[in-house]
Design a binder for this molecule. Structure first.
Ligand code: GLS
Length: 808
């Protein structure tokens, strides 16, 4: 047990001598880091062993959160914070002449996700550990050898570089080869009779081993709050296979098999919200699904001896449709391996699954061509066909003559398998991730399902880990809050509300301003050291960080900056502002990459023009990721959340900024609306079209972007500046201009331009009155508690995972 500095030093030296092969004096920082992680991991392991016993004794439900992405961020300092050991470790290491901060630099961030969806899954792991009394939640995902690429900016353009995050081994993960699962691809299915029962035999398949690697996660300051993320890597089945094949002269075949298998966990698809439609992606999805479901069944049988009450004790949650094949996979295991009837198996399956939809963008909704699917997963395809057949029969008899309803909800149609329909039909609950998004699901994409089973539909607005993004990332503010209202807010974020009592306390408000300034200095220093751009921490930090996507409208922000530039050149004065962007574009998304180049070109013009320099600067941060986010969110004054209404299902960056006291400049979309409702007009700059207006204007013929262009001279000017040489580059921005005009501006950038610009100016003027600004900032922090992922996970437990009613 580590209670103080001395016991830590002893334990550290002890671990060091066991796990390293060099004496401490001769070892490098990586070895010192490795020993420290080994020690923390060992402690966590013993906590886990106790927790798992309690879990079984108390007969607690197990929730399997299946997700193709988990963006967990760095673990060392965060775990030590959760253990309450950070100061002890820092000081103990200093006594041993080891610099703790240097060890932290050794850690690689696991880049196993694209953006919001993957980070949400990681926040939920954190809160599932925290809220463990309601049930044990675990993450199941893939251990991609190459996660999301590292972004380099070369001559203003994005260049993707592979991120070999596993090169030194990832110390936090422990391989568990004894828990591996065999996953079967391809082959054919033969039927046979077993007594009077038809059985299905899957033959000539390609076996793939799913090998788990577990990473433990902690809740706050309570060692019984612990769970794990199980990441699977794909490995070939050896069984002397290579040797045998080699002897038979089939070495090439064996090598090809090995390569094909390893490809499954080789790389994360870098498309955010764009379904790839390729065989490898489907393989990854089934790989994760089969491994997770197979593991849960094996574990359950090991503990309880049979599958009795399985549906009472187990829940599977699918994070978007990506793991939707786990629904027919559970059916397969229950029927083919456990000998259950279809009816018994279905009763269990629809009771254990729940599904969250994370987007309504049509290009993100997964539909697999039947031919591709059937060849890769022949038995799973048969089961999906049967689910569909029975579903259509049932609905056909309940709604006779309603062909439209059948057409709108069938799983298989036009040679494609609709994974969202499979997910809705195979789950007991379907939820959206913000109030407006859930409403759109019910009225729009799942309208027909809502008519049949309204009780299935829920809303659970997303949340973020306030422990990571406020307590851990923003120490100056966290300390100030704890001094003012005590530490309970770290466990219970709605306690932050108590801060409102300090709004007239001059001393407190001064400290609040100081904390923000410190964070801005930290970010300014980072930017200067990495990118050589000097920015002024007393300027207004206006920050726009997220994936690059048309609907997220970084372009709208860039056009606004060009417009401001024009105005300042003509004598306008504003509160000095630093515009900071960050985010990655999918490697194949050229238009998004054009926008990165545009922002960097605008930055060149602005930052090198002495006449505007005192008022605005522009920075594009290279390689935005979780660790950089932890520096960025605390430093923001303004949070840019300007997606086209109806397109951003929720957004979570908006919440991270809010916890850190930024004021949102937000469109009427996703969680923005709920933040606005929580803080009111005075503390939020709301602008632009409503979702209903966007949908109305999206009907052909109702919107003509040329009208906006020709009726607003300021707007016309900046759009022309894209291509008239103003940007002083040979890069061709015609494609962006064409998108806005000839392709009729599908994200309504032009339509929202003036309302957005006016809202921004209002905020910028407000910044001149620092007292008023700080009031709004405090108000945002105080009201942010409901956006903690702890609240979201409590709601998942109450509304979805906690099964009342008959025990199956
Ligand atoms: C996303 C949505 O686009 C975000 O609005 C949402 O906050 C996030 C988590 O629910 O999910 N959907 C998606 O495919 N990627 C996302 O980030």
């Amino acid at each position: 047990m580590i209670q103080d500095k001395e016991s830590f030093k002893k334990a550290y030296l002890d671990t060091f001598s066991r796990v390293e092969s060099n004496p401490l004096e001769l070892s490098n920082n990586w070895e010192k880091y490795h020993a420290l992680v080994s020690l923390v991991k060992e402690m966590m392991n013993s906590y886990w062993v106790n927790a798992v016993k309690t879990n079984i004794e108390k007969d607690q439900r197990r929730i399997y959160y299946l997700s193709m992405e988990f963006l967990i961020g760095k673990m060392l300092a965060y775990n030590l914070m959760n253990l309450g050991l950070e100061n002890i470790v820092r000081e103990g290491l200093a006594d041993l002449n080891i610099n703790y901060d240097e060890l932290l630099l050794q850690e690689e961030e696991a880049p196993l996700g694209n953006g919001g969806l993957g980070r949400l899954a990681a926040c939920y792991l954190d809160s599932m550990a925290q809220e463990k009394d309601a049930g044990y939640g675990f993450g199941f995902g893939i251990r991609y050898k190459y996660g999301l690429f590292t972004q380099k900016i070369v001559d203003g353009c994005q260049v993707e570089v592979p991120d070999p995050w596993l090169k030194d081994g990832y110390v936090w993960a422990t391989p568990k080869p004894d828990r591996m699962i065999t996953v079967k691809f391809k082959g054919n299915v033969r039927t046979a009779m077993d007594g009077n029962r038809i059985i299905f035999i899957h033959e000539n398949y390609e076996p793939v081993l799913a090998v788990p690697h577990d990473i433990l996660f902690l809740g706050y300051m309570d060692t019984s709050k612990i769970n794990y993320l199980r990441l699977y890597s794909a490995e070939p089945v050896m069984q002397d296979f290579d040797l045998l094949s080699f002897n038979q002269g089939e070495f090439a075949k064996a090598a090809a098999y090995r390569a094909e298998v390893e490809a499954i966990s080789n790389i994360l698809y870098p498309e955010d919200q764009n379904q790839a439609g390729r065989e490898l992606r489907l393989k990854q999805e089934y790989f994760l699904s089969a491994a997770s479901v197979g593991d849960s069944i094996a574990y359950y049988k090991m503990i309880y001896g049979s599958l009795d009450k399985f549906a009472k004790r187990v829940a599977f949650h699918i994070n978007d449709t990506h793991p939707a094949v786990s629904i027919p996979e559970l059916m397969r295991i229950l029927i083919d391996e456990e000998g259950m009837s279809w009816e018994e198996a279905w009763e269990i399956t629809v009771n254990v699954f729940s599904y969250t939809n994370h987007t309504i963008l049509p290009e993100a909704l997964e539909c697999w061509p039947v031919d591709l699917f059937r060849a890769l997963l022949p038995r799973i395809y048969m089961i999906i066909e049967e689910i569909d057949r029975r579903y259509l029969q049932d609905i056909g008899s309940r709604y006779p003559g309603d062909e439209e309803l059948l057409r709108k909800t069938a799983i298989i149609a036009d040679g494609r398998i609709n994974m969202a329909h499979l997910s809705v039909i195979g789950s007991r609950s379907v939820n959206g991730v913000s109030r407006i998004h859930s409403q759109i699901l019910k009225e729009n994409i799942f309208g027909a399902f809502y008519k049949i089973t309204p009780e299935k539909f829920h809303n659970i607005t997303n949340g973020v880990s306030h422990r990571r993004f406020l307590h851990y990332a923003n120490q100056p503010l966290s300390d100030l809050i704890s001094q003012a209202i005590g530490v309970e807010w770290i466990n219970q974020a709605t306690e932050l509300d108590k801060l409102l009592a300090f709004s007239n306390d001059r001393g407190f408000m001064e400290q609040l301003a100081k904390a923000k300034y410190k964070n801005k200095e930290r970010l300014a220093k980072y930017i200067f050291e990495r990118q050589g751009v000097a920015i002024d921490p007393s300027s207004m930090f206006d920050i726009h960080v997220k994936r690059l996507h048309g609907y997220k409208r970084q372009l709208l922000n860039a056009l606004k900056i060009m417009d401001l530039y024009n105005a300042i050149k003509e004598g306008k004065t504003i509160q000095p502002t630093t515009f900071i962007f960050g985010g990655k574009a999918a490697s194949s998304y050229q238009r998004a990459k054009d926008v990165i180049k545009l922002i960097n070109s605008v930055a060149q013009i602005v930052n090198n023009d002495k006449q505007v320099n005192d008022y605005i600067r522009v920075v594009f941060l290279e390689n935005f990721n979780v660790s950089l986010g932890e520096i960025v969110y605390p430093a923001a004054d303004v949070s840019e959340q300007i997606s086209t209404a109806s397109k951003e299902a929720s957004g979570t960056g908006c919440m991270k900024f809010m916890f850190n006291g930024a004021i949102t400049l937000g469109s009427r979309d996703g969680a923005n609306l709920e933040i606005h409702e929580a803080v009111g007009d005075e503390h939020f700059a709301l602008f632009g079209l409503t979702a209903a207006q966007v949908m109305e204007l999206s009907v052909a013929g109702r919107y003509n972007s040329w009208d906006e262009y020709s009726s607003t001279p300021r707007l016309k000017r900046v759009i022309d500046q894209l291509v008239d040489g103003f940007l002083q580059t040979t890069y061709d921005f015609h494609s962006i201009r064409n998108g806005l005009l000839w392709e009729n501006d599908c994200f309504f950038v032009l339509k929202d331009f003036m309302p957005y610009t006016v809202a921004w100016e209002g905020l910028n003027q407000k910044y001149a009155d620092q007292d008023q600004w700080l009031q709004s900032s405090l108000y945002n922090i105080a009201k942010a508690g409901i956006f903690s992922s702890d609240r979201a996970i409590k709601e998942y437990h109450q509304l979805i995972w906690n099964r009342k009613g008959p025990v199956v």
